[in-house]
Write a protein that binds this ligand. Sequence first.
Ligand code: ATP
Length: 366
Amino acid sequence: MIRLHNVSKTYYLKGHRQGRSGNQGAPPGRDADPRVVEALKNVDLHVPPGQIHGVIGLSGAGKSTLIRCVNLLERPTAGTVTVDGQELTGLANGALNQARHRIGMIFQHFNLLTNRNVFDNVALPLELMGMTRAAIRERVTPLLELVGLADKADQYPARLSGGQKQRVAIARALASRPRVLLCDEATSALDPQTTGSILALLRDINHKLGLTILLITHEMEVVKSICHRVSLISDGELVEEADVGDFFTAPRTRLGRDFLNDFLQLEPPRALIERLEETPGEHTHPVVRLAFSGDAVSTPLISRLARECGVDVSILQAKVESIQERTLGLMIAELIGATSETARAIDYLETHDLHVEVLGHVQRDA
Ligand SMILES: Nc1ncnc2c1ncn2[C@@H]1O[C@H](COP(=O)(O)OP(=O)(O)OP(=O)(O)O)[C@@H](O)[C@H]1O
């Protein structure tokens, strides 16, 4: 439904004269011109119909640029953008405006018109499309019901809460019956409870209307609550992409692990971190992070480790998370035993579908 192929976006800041700096396209490094910002670098992204896809990254990573390239609010410097089978990067302005009717967008700060009431805010895109007042009413009324604001049609934005404003923005984004909804940090200005209700609404819309949703966020809670798939962006590049359950079980990049550890607050105690050594020694035992889902959650693996591998397990931290339909167990533990026994224990865990990450090794008698 959404396909970005080799998309790059470079901003040339004031003072830079394109084509004369001599380092256009130069790899970033000591000679890179600070007036040239490579906000996106060769991004490939595919979001199939009906998927909720989250892009997460730190501030300045390129999230906003990425989502704005999808409806060409920002025109990519290179690469192609295809939405619903139509290559937008190849369209002239008139055709692009038509194509944009199939792409709704919501923003962090809602972007409502303060001098229009709720009904008229939602009606605006339809007015611009030239629809009659009667047809507009027929379209807007059920949308206000869908977002739970049927009784607020005559209110002005100033008298609405943040969550209600975002509901109006969602109804407005849906007015032209888009196939795709882009969400630019849509819950970042909302408190946790309101965030939850807006995410539930987005999930509901995805389900009821089969709408494909691409969202950008810096909040793992958003990814955990509604995304099917997640991409990580760092310094303009997509560095990791995974199903959300797999990402929470075993992120593949350092950035992914940092996001996850920050979110889960599942780190070994500080005193232990200070004693962790990277390589095993003669008298060390491993400290591991275990992630398990499915049947493994309810299997008494820890007692079996003791019985079958002769290894004692000292649990330092543990939690169970629900990632949509999936239950995920996470644990930080020391495996105490002889080197050959702890190695066998790790093998045993891996063959029982646990993801094992060795965080380091500590001296046995320390
Ligand atoms: N219009 C612009 N002109 C010049 N540079 C820009 C422009 N927009 C973004 N940038 C730069 O591009 C890079 C990516 O910015 P972008 O806003 O896409 O990141 P982000 O991940 O959305 O960050 P945040 O979460 O803080 O909004 C940054 O270095 C930013 O300074």
